[in-house]
Design a protein around this ligand. Structure first.
Ligand SMILES: NC(=O)c1ccc[n+]([C@@H]2O[C@H](COP(=O)([O-])OP(=O)(O)OC[C@H]3O[C@@H](n4cnc5c(N)ncnc54)[C@H](OP(=O)(O)O)[C@@H]3O)[C@@H](O)[C@H]2O)c1
Length: 242
């Protein structure tokens, strides 16, 4: 039997960990990466032969080395998923904070998907997934770089989808846009938010969308309503919320 192989960047907690567990259950061999190695090792303990662990800070400029290393260790890859991401509240517009967000959400993301795309081009097929956000569709006055970096990711992935189409190669690119999912990124504010999806439910929906090679998916589905409102309502209304 042909075992499917996946790389998940940002797998130590939250959505990345949840997707890793779902893929393991489906029989994938996975290579997982993030900074907190002890958390990655906990996933490896579940099925040591099927999990490769690499401690890595993806905000550095060397993600191409990371992906190459993981592909070598897996002996090829079918699916590359970028789940690493941070958002920082930055009311003072401190540039050093914006840079931190951009290093991971923009530079790290770009290096990973570019390397994966070129690898899949040579291989003739493949699938790249990124977790952007509904936030990609609207600005945010409290953490501007978070929403802007998510807009970059969504737009970049669409660009690569067009590129794959033009080149007539079966490289699939899935843009996952969650609303709120119950993870550490909510910083304990779960009760002040609405439509917060349980982590397991969200990850099952994401893996289902990956199986179906969806182009864009809202997690959970009802967040498409918010997306439509964002696109329809005038800015003088929308600005009251952001
Ligand atoms: N939860 C939500 O409501 C929600 C909504 C929309 C979009 N998203 C997006 O979903 C993605 C996953 O977030 P989450 O909700 O699952 O939050 P999370 O539990 O905080 O997960 C973030 C992941 O990113 C990794 N990461 C952070 N800094 C890193 C770095 N410098 N190098 C490598 N990895 C790094 C973390 O690992 P280490 O700290 O161990 O490095 C962790 O595995 C993010 O892109 C987020 O923007 C989440």
């Amino acid at each position: 039997m042909n075992i499917k192989k996946a790389i998940i960047i940002g797998a130590s907690s939250g959505i990345g960990k949840g997707i890793s567990l779902e893929l393991l259950n489906k029989g994938y061999k996975i290579a997982i990466s993030a900074r907190r190695k002890e958390r990655l090792d906990q996933i490896k303990k579940l099925n040591p032969d099927m999990v490769i662990v690499k401690e890595y800070d993806s905000s550095t400029e060397k993600n191409d080395e990371l992906i190459k290393n993981l592909i070598d260790k897996l002996n090829g890859v079918d699916l590359v998923i970028y789940c690493s991401g941070i958002g920082i509240i930055n009311k003072e517009l401190d540039y050093s904070l914006e840079k931190k967000v951009n290093n991971l959400n923009v530079s790290g993301f770009t290096q990973v998907v570019d390397y994966a795309f070129n690898y899949f081009l040579k291989r003739g097929e493949g699938h790249i997934v990124n977790i952007s956000s509904v936030a990609s569709e609207i600005g945010n006055g409290i953490s501007p770089s978070y929403n802007a970096s998510k807009a970059y990711q969504a737009n970049y992935l669409q660009g690569l989808r067009f590129k794959a189409y033009r080149m007539k190669v079966p490289i699939f690119l899935t843009d996952v846009r969650p609303g709120f999912v119950d993870t550490d990124i909510l910083m304990g504010n779960k009760d002040k938010l609405f439509w917060v999806a349980p982590l397991e439910k969200a990850c099952k929906q994401i893996v289902n969308a990956i199986d179906r090679k969806k182009r864009v998916v809202y997690i959970t589905k009802r967040w498409k309503i918010i997306s439509l409102l964002i696109k329809t309502l005038p800015e003088r209304i929308i600005r009251l919320f952001f």
